[in-house]
Design a protein around this ligand. Structure first.
Ligand code: CO8
Length: 257
C-alpha cells in the first residue's frame, strides 16, 4: 500500500508507522490521519503483528493539527463536516500502540501520542497544548486525557498558558512511561513492542482493555471487570502453556489461542 504522509514497515511482530510530512513538522491533516488509521487497522487485523509503534521525526512527532488546513473553516463547516470527528478512532485499535516521541508533540500531536497506550520519549521531546495561543482549545482529548494523565494543576497550566513541558517534566508528571537518549528512541520502542508481541495476544489485548476500563468504571466495577477477564483466560491454551513453562523452567511458546 503506497501512502503519501506516512511510512509503514514491519520489524518482526511489530508494525512501525512513521509520520512523514517533514516540511510541516508532521502537522496532522485529513490525509495523514486517514492513512494512519488505515495502517493501524491493517496491523490490528494482521495476526502476525502483536504491537504497533507510532513515531515521527527527530524534530517533531507532530506539531499539531494542520493550522493552514483548518484556519478558514467556519462553524457550520466544522460542525456539519464533523471536522476531526473520525480522527480519534486511532484509539479504537485493539493491539497495543506505543508512541515513540522525539521533538515536538504539540496540540493534536500530543493528543495523538496520548491516544496510544503509552509514550516513550526521547530526551528531546516537548509536549504541549498550545491551541489557546491560536484562539482555540484542544479538540481531540487534550483537556480530557491530559488531565487524567497529569492531574488538573499541570493540565490547566499547559492548556491555559500554552507552555511546553520537556521530557523530564513529562515523565515526572506521569505523561510519559520512559525517557531515553534520542539516539536510542526507536530501538527502545521497538524492543518494548517486540516484548509485548511475544506474549499471548488474548492476554495482551485483555490487559489493555482492562486498564482502559479504569477510566470509565468505579473501582468495584473495574475490579469485577478485571476478574471476569482474568477468569476467562483460564480457557486459553496459552495460559496452560505459560504456567507449564514456568513450572518446567523453560520459555513459553504462545500460540495466541
Ligand atoms: N500546522 C501547519 N503547519 C505547521 C504546523 C502546524 N501545526 N507546525 C509547523 N508547521 C509548519 C510551519 O508553518 C513551517 O512551514 P513553512 O516552512 O512553510 O513556513 C514548518 O512547519 C516549520 O515550522 P517552523 O518554521 O515554525 O519551525 P520552528 O522550529 O521555528 O518552530 C514550532 C517549531 C514551535 C513547533 C512551530 O512550528 C509551532 O509553533 N507550530 C505550531 C504549533 C501549534 O500551535 N500546534 C497546535 C495546532 S492546533 C491543534 O493541534 C488543534 C488540535 C485539534 C485536534 C487535532 C486532532 C489531531
Amino acid at each position: 500500500m503506497a501512502y503519501e504522509c506516512i511510512k509503514v514497515e514491519t520489524r518482526g511482530g511489530v508494525g512501525l508507522v512513521t509520520l512523514d510530512r517533514p516540511k510541516a513538522l508532521n502537522a496532522l491533516n485529513a490525509k495523514l490521519m486517514a492513512e494512519l488509521l488505515e495502517a493501524a487497522r491493517a496491523f490490528d487485523a494482521d495476526a502476525k503483528i502483536g504491537a504497533i509503534v507510532i513515531t515521527g521525526s527527530e524534530k517533531a512527532f507532530a506539531a499539531g493539527a494542520d493550522i493552514k488546513e483548518m484556519q478558514s473553516l467556519d462553524f457550520v463547516e466544522a460542525y456539519m463536516g464533523d471536522f476531526i470527528g473520525g480522527w480519534d478512532k486511532v484509539g479504537t485499535v485493539r493491539k497495543p500502540m506505543i508512541a515513540a516521541v522525539a521533538g515536538y508533540a504539540l496540540g493534536g500531536g500530543c493528543e495523538l501520542a496520548m491516544m496510544c497506550d503509552f509514550i516513550i520519549a526521547a530526551d528531546t521531546a516537548k509536549f504541549g497544548q498550545p491551541e489557546i495561543t491560536l484562539g482555540t482549545i484542544p479538540g481531540m482529548g487534550g483537556t480530557q486525557r491530559l488531565t487524567r494523565a497529569v492531574g488538573k494543576a499541570k493540565a490547566m497550566d499547559l492548556c491555559l498558558t500554552g507552555r511546553m513541558m520537556d521530557a523530564d517534566e513529562a515523565e515526572r508528571s506521569g505523561l510519559v512511561a520512559r525517557v531515553v537518549p534520542a539516539t536510542e528512541l526507536i530501538e527502545t520502542a521497538i524492543k518494548a513492542a517486540e516484548k509485548i508481541a511475544g506474549f499471548s495476544q488474548p492476554s495482551v489485548i485483555m490487559a489493555k482493555e482492562s486498564v482502559n476500563r479504569s477510566y470509565e468504571l468505579t473501582l468495584a466495577e473495574g475490579i469485577r471487570f478485571e476478574r471476569r477477564l482474568f477468569h476467562s483466560l483460564f480457557a486459553t491454551e496459552d495460559q496452560k502453556e505459560g504456567m507449564a513453562a514456568f513450572a518446567e523452567k523453560r520459555q513459553a511458546q504462545f500460540k495466541n489461542r
